[in-house]
Write a protein that binds this ligand. Sequence first.
Ligand SMILES: Cc1cc2nc3c(=O)[nH]c(=O)nc-3n(C[C@H](O)[C@H](O)[C@H](O)COP(=O)(O)OP(=O)(O)OC[C@H]3O[C@@H](n4cnc5c(N)ncnc54)[C@H](O)[C@@H]3O)c2cc1C
Length: 348
Amino acid sequence: MTDTTGTTDDHVDYLIVGAAFAGSLLAAEFARLGKTIFTDKFLPGTLMNCGGGLPVKVFEKLDVEIPFRNVSEGIMCINGMEHRFPCNYVVVDRSQLDAALCDKACAAGAVFKKLNYTGHDPAISTAFFIDGRKKKISMTYKKLILAYGLYPHKDPFSGKRRKPWPHGLAQVEILSGESTRPNSFHFDISPGLDPGYAWMFPMPDGRINIGAGSFRNSGLRKTMLSELKNRFDLKGAPLEKGGGVIPLTVTSRLQKGNVIIYGDAAGMVNPLNGEGLMHIAKFADRLVRAVSSGKNINIAWLTSNTFLYLLTASLVLKIINIGSSATRISLYPASCRLVASIRRQLPK
Ligand SMILES: Cc1cc2nc3c(=O)[nH]c(=O)nc-3n(C[C@H](O)[C@H](O)[C@H](O)COP(=O)(O)OP(=O)(O)OC[C@H]3O[C@@H](n4cnc5c(N)ncnc54)[C@H](O)[C@@H]3O)c2cc1C
């Protein structure tokens, strides 16, 4: 695609599309290496698409000053039985987290622009955008980083339609009030053949984050969230509602030419529980080091623990799905029970 109409900004070393978790995280790092612009169609912190749970160690490394809630226990409720295991996590308000990371990137020298990305032409290293007044803008780049979340039907490198990338769906609501499980992640695991989960997380500032996730793209089983609400007597109207897609497979290729994909765009989510922030944060340093030293990013990625972990998780999910259809026994709850008992044996 070639579209050279509209204004052209100066040449940018690192041009990042998406200023949510992945984009802002990378913008702060790339700003130290060269001229960095990061863009988003919304102001960072506008979207609510997360439970906001992440390990304490990962949160501390992000070095942002936002309210958080400590969580020391996970509970998986399967067929009415509770399986508990220790964990060392925090829950944050994801909107506050994205806004704080965006501020941090700007403080490091990156420039944020509110622009809607429409595509890029690798032959001329140019990306195309539309601003709030529908004006076309193009920018040339040394490296283009697409951290715009998962577009299941679009190949990020070519922009062309593709066979849908495997994905599930999740929805989230924020309610006012104190969780009856103030130090725990609570998960209801669907016992049926159509696996899914609902969660209740305590949030800072007297709020509760609830949601439900599925492993299919045709829609969520609505009863999961309403059953959770009924059981915990959560009657208040939601303060916020959101949701999004959950990638169920990780990509094996992060870079093609000067274009890099990152975050959900590259499927960096554990498909078994929808956890993405930890994995996105973990590989960020290595990605930036590989880019700055001219190393092959795809090899760094394929040999990383993050990739191997996510690949294993997606294979486990496939085995669970195939095994469940073959035996007509839901293997997801059994796997959750196994995970809970393994986590009980592990050091905290
Ligand atoms: C309901 C739900 C609950 C979750 N809970 C958790 C959890 O508790 N813990 C956890 O670790 N993970 C959780 N996840 C996963 C986690 O939210 C994702 O892994 C994470 O949001 C990915 O960050 P990202 O920056 O890659 O993408 P996104 O958060 O999707 O951000 C993409 C950004 O790109 C922007 N963008 C998109 N298109 C364009 C365009 N054309 N032009 C400009 N900008 C564009 C968007 O506006 C957005 O700001 C959850 C996911 C869902 C859906």
